[in-house]
Design a binder for this molecule. Sequence first.
Ligand code: 5MM
Length: 342
Amino acid sequence: MSERLEDIAAALVSGGKGLLAADESTSTIKKRFDAIGLESTEESRRDYREMLFTAEAMSDSISGVILYDETIRQSARDGTPLTDLIRKAGAIPGIKVDEGAKPLANFPGEKVTEGLDGLRERLKDYYARGARFAKWRAVIDIGDGLPTYGAIRANTHALARYAALCQQAGIVPIVEPEVLMDGPNAVHDVKTCYNVTEWTLKTLYEELYLARVTLEGTILKPNMVVAGKDCATQASPEEVVELTVKVFKAAVPVAVPGIAFLSGGQSDELATQHLSLINALGPHPWKITFSYGRALQAAALQAWNGRFENVAAGHRAFNHRARMNALAAKGEWTPELERQAA
Ligand code: 5MM
């Protein structure tokens, strides 16, 4: 495969495929395992990821997998490195390199993502382990008086410094500025989400420009424009789609090759439906696909349930969800196909 950043970025978002975000940190995967009553150990985490990466849909629907530090070093039960399983399926291994969102000093209720210290060296190591793209997630909270200019500036500046370091290391940066939809924010309607997303994206592209990042070798991983989870007035799918496309037209340069959405707490099917409607409105100047974590994995985790004898059931659930999202990446998903294929 070509090692040019532009080619790697294009491969990640083309061909109706999308990304599997399997980069849950140890504390997050523990929460997911707690929900099915499974103890989170190095071995159970490995077994779970091995189950995902050996599903058939990895070859037809997944372009790349975002891994966590522990996972990129792990091998399957038979000793095959997990990164080899991913490559064997024709997908590209990637790595989450941020060290999480921490309280932003002097900005109550807001966070900044850390992880820039030592990043140059870590990227070198991840490259040697086969990673050809990386991910850094910043979180933006909506609340009373939030977000602030300071928090948006600090988070997008860190994203730009991360992106520049990745490109120097031959790694495509996925930049993920997530405007959160969860949290007790009754004030958080779809219009507020639109305004905050536009503000965040415009600031992000200014920071990327100032950091001399080559946009052609990046991918954007954004939220869709949706109302907050606790907002009494939820937007219709048509409204979500219209506002999401509108905000990208206003704020995302066409030099960016692709946009790969996060699911952010949307239900599996709604995340698929929104993506499909967005693509059906195309053609757009960017490829638009998925980089889902929860919305790709939830059903597979339930079906697998931590048991070796359920690997086939886990595969079936993962194949279905991944294929529905691959259809959505082409704007071809319908509720009828969802039911027929289930
Ligand atoms: C898979 O979850 C990722 C890692 O989360 P933590 O650092 O909190 O453990 C997360 O960054 C994920 O890649 C994105 O938020 C997108 O996931 P969703 O579930 O929103 O599609």
